[in-house]
Design a binder for this molecule. Structure first.
Ligand code: HXC
Length: 254
């Protein structure tokens, strides 16, 4: 029987590419997002692929909405095995100019949103006796490097990376679950690239800092995610894989 995965922030960029690739790989796919129009478009695009999917409008900052999304998915597909915490929020702002609400907003989306969805998921695992479930988190190299100009995102991603490792231990023992992370480098056609590469010159500078000399693609991230959620990766737990052309080894993120 097909397993089910929920992808947050799955209506564009890497999230959408992962949703498409996982449906192609035979998963039931549930996509969540905030924007109704983009959800509708994603729904249409996923219809072209054999199998089952649905879309749910919600904000990961709302714990009750996360519980409702997990429960709706369990009702539709029987149980929910896997979650990709892909939803993110970010902007460039010098930290001394950041407002408390700017800080809180990004932390709420990235760190608290990851907790909210993961916590809702594990409650479903408990009720459905799911063993061997999975969570895949999306971080960034500034989770372990400095993130000058993106302090809330860097702090939040550091928290998500630690949560990845902590839950890999806690929920590995308790639920046989695998909790892993991907650290994408500069990836074309994503909100991150659009926001962080502020001009063509800046994008070119980032490109030159990648040893492989190019931005990655959402499809490359999706390929890794599909493998990490597959049985081929059944011994992978608590790991963060950088898929970035060697970018983080070479330079600071920007
Ligand atoms: C300073 C800013 C700001 C900016 C927002 N704020 N943008 N402050 N500079 N450029 C402040 C606002 O003034 C406000 O504080 C607070 O943040 C909340 O802003 P809102 O617009 O009301 O919030 P909201 O509508 O919820 O939007 C959240 C958002 C938005 C994060 C600001 O950009 C968003 O929804 N983004 C989702 C998509 C996204 O960002 N994708 C990129 C992910 S890239 P005040 O004090 O005024 O009330 C990524 C890593 C990439 O994750 C790594 C690459 C290497």
């Amino acid at each position: 029987m097909a397993k089910t995965v929920l992808v947050t922030g799955g209506t564009s960029g890497m999230g959408k590419a992962m949703a498409i690739a996982l449906k192609e790989a035979g998963w039931n796919v549930v996509v969540t997002g905030r924007n109704a129009e983009r959800l509708q478009q994603t729904d249409q695009d996923l219809q072209a692929i054999d199998g089952h999917h649905s879309v749910i409008q919600m904000d990961v900052r709302d714990p009750d909405a996360c519980i409702a999304a997990v429960n709706q998915t369990r009702q539709q597909f029987g149980q929910l095995e896997a979650l990709i915490n892909n939803a993110a929020g970010n902007f460039i702002c010098p930290t001394d100019e950041l407002s408390p609400n700017g800080w809180k907003t990004v932390i709420d989306i990235v760190l608290n949103g990851t907790f909210n969805c993961s916590h809702a998921l594990v409650k479903g695992w408990q009720e459905d006796n799911v063993s061997g479930g999975q969570i895949l988190n999306i971080v960034a190299s500034y989770a372990w490097q400095a993130g000058a100009g993106v302090a809330p995102s860097a702090a939040a991603k550091a928290g998500v990376l630690n949560l990845t490792r902590t839950l890999a231990v806690e929920w590995g023992y308790k639920y046989g679950a695998r909790i892993n992370a991907i650290s994408p480098g500069p990836i074309e056609r994503t909100g991150g690239a659009d926001k962080l590469a502020m001009s063509p010159e800046h994008a070119e500078r980032i490109r030159r800092n990648v040893p492989l000399g190019r931005f990655g693609t959402p499809e490359e991230i999706a390929g890794l995610a599909t493998w990490m959620l597959s049985d081929q990766a059944s011994y992978l737990n608590g790991e963060c894989i950088a898929l970035d052309g060697g970018h983080w080894l070479n330079k600071q993120p920007f």
